[in-house]
Ligand binder design. Structure first.
Ligand SMILES: [Mg+2]
Length: 225
């Protein structure tokens, strides 16, 4: 059997089905994985932390596309990113007559510490232009538009995790579906895009699964199970 690598995995589009629900078949894969499992997402921290909590794995989490990193094993929290600039972009976007698109309560932004997200029902181009104007990065993950600090991403997040755990990014298997996974693909030793992945993720991955969504994740890890 092939030696099992540590795993860095995205949530939306990778552990989910096409309706954004996590596929329960991934739970035992994550909880029984014999090496480190890093959950790396564009979502705010409560989401990946809750996933780890209920699956029963250590909290080793990259949130907000690398803006926030938590490693439970070393009790380390890193928060990096220009939140003020992101909020200024959000304000300017609202002044143009657009909205974040998540309603009054806005759970998508409520617990966010380093970036802002806008629902994909809203216009992308004005947001992209504003992000550029403020020196920030615009990402369309297929699930939301993110305005984020260009100095942090899932690749820098993985490097932070590795420095804490005494691992090398090159030891990792990375699985994902979007442009925001590509920086982790670049530093991981093996990168796999699930079949539903966007163009950038497909181009930067070492291999692409035949199946999409969680079926693609299960296919990606099959050689190691
Ligand atoms: Mg994704």
């Amino acid at each position: 059997m092939t030696e099992t690598p540590p795993l860095v995995v995205d949530i939306d589009g990778t552990l989910t089905d096409d309706s954004r629900a996590v596929d329960p078949r991934v739970f035992p894969v994550l909880s029984e994985w014999p090496e480190s499992v890093v959950v790396a997402t564009g979502k705010a921290m409560p989401y990946p932390i809750a996933l780890c909590e209920f699956v029963g794995t250590d909290y080793t989490v990259i949130g907000e596309n690398g803006g926030v990193v938590f490693v439970e094993a070393t009790d380390t929290l890193r928060i990096e990113g220009d939140k003020d600039a992101c909020l200024a972009v959000a304000e300017a976007y609202r002044e143009l007559g657009h909205e974040m698109g998540f309603g009054q309560v806005d759970l998508a932004n409520r617990w966010r510490e380093t970036e802002v997200v806008v629902d994909r029902s809203q216009p992308a181009e004005p947001l992209r232009r504003l992000a550029e104007e403020y020196g920030l990065e615009f990402l369309d993950t297929g699930y939301a538009y993110h305005v984020t600090d260009s100095r942090t991403n899932k690749g820098t997040g993985l490097e932070t995790v590795c420095a804490e755990l005494g691992l090398e990014p090159a030891a990792f298997l990375a699985v994902g579906d979007s442009v925001n996974d590509a920086p982790a693909f670049d530093v991981a030793g093996e990168s796999v895009a699930v079949a539903n992945a966007d163009e950038t993720a497909l181009a930067r991955a070492d291999r692409v699964t035949e199946a999409g969504y969680a079926d693609g994740f299960l296919e990606a890890v099959e050689p190691y199970r």
